[in-house]
Design a protein around this ligand. Structure first.
Ligand code: NDP
Length: 248
């Protein structure tokens, strides 16, 4: 008997990095994982890898910055699996740039995905969790949700927002049997920094990340697994994890 046997876990941003590692980890614990992101081929490869390891998984292509696709993702998951026990709101982008040089389009992308997408997906999943009287919502914030660095203004806006939203959600659902956790990693070796559009910011963050021993996606997946496998009476509110050789 595995700890998450019978649980349905929806993981966004599962086509790479932390989301992919989390999908594999939760499947190892026995959950049926619904892996969501835009790159369908990567999701399919992940599902095949989980199946080959003896786990259960399913892929749903979705852009989590688009309202109709969020609703369709939840509908498809409920049609196929009947319920959602664990929601890992992980999809996100970090488009660093000083305020003066930033592209407003990048700000919009971050707010629409990291914040509005996460909020709308939570809103769409919550009625099912209320009806079940159980569920666990895990939101990916960041060290940038606790401290702001130059060039990280709007990324931090979104992650501070995730922290505020998560805290409100936890307080509102406290009598519903629903657990709520926010995860705040420092630098993790993923594709995240590849998407920075401002060349100077990309060079700076690449230098910072390569000067330390970054966390691995599996380290964050372990933290998420710890929270979701805790006994039902235990709510892990917040996990802040950083590389040992990194101070901020
Ligand atoms: P990656 O870039 O490796 O993964 C991001 C994931 O988000 C991908 O699977 C991507 O899939 C998905 N994604 C991006 N845009 C969309 C969209 N519009 N709709 C659906 N999915 C989307 O980065 P990480 O694994 O590092 O990032 C995961 C989370 O962790 C993010 O929220 C990030 O802010 C947070 N984080 C990361 C840290 C780090 O240092 N790496 C530190 C702290 C927090 P696809 O492109 O296929 O849609």
């Amino acid at each position: 008997m595995k700890r998450l046997d019978g649980k349905i876990a929806l993981v966004t941003g599962a086509s790479s990095g932390i989301g992919e590692a989390t999908a594999r980890r939760l499947a190892e614990e026995g959950a049926t994982v619904v892996a969501a992101a835009r790159r369908a081929e990567r999701l399919q490869a992940l599902v095949e890898r989980i199946h080959a390891a003896g786990g259960k998984a399913d892929a749903v292509q979705a852009d989590v910055a688009v309202g109709e696709q969020i609703d369709a993702l939840v509908r498809t998951t409920l049609d196929r699996h009947g319920r959602i026990d664990i929601l890992v709101n992980n999809a996100g982008v970090m488009l660093l740039a000083p305020i003066q040089d930033a592209r407003v389009e990048d700000w919009r992308r971050m707010v629409e995905l990291n914040l509005l997408g996460l909020m709308q997906l939570t809103h769409a999943v919550l009625p099912g969790m209320y009806a079940q009287g159980s569920g666990h919502s895990v939101n990916l914030s960041s060290l940038a949700g606790r401290s702001v660095m130059p060039g990280g203004s709007v990324y931090s806006v979104t992650k501070f927002g995730v922290n505020a939203f998560t805290e409100a959600l936890r307080k509102e659902t406290v009598k519903q049997g629903i657990r709520v956790t926010v995860i705040e990693p420092g630098p993790v070796a993923t594709e995240l920094i590849e998407h920075v559009t401002d060349p100077a910011s990309k060079a700076r963050i690449t230098e910072v990340f390569s000067s330390i021993e970054q966390l691995q996606p599996e380290d964050v997946a372990d933290a998420i697994a710890y929270a979701v496998t805790a006994p039902p009476r235990v709510n892990i509110n917040e996990i802040l994890l950083t590389p040992t050789d990194y101070a901020r």
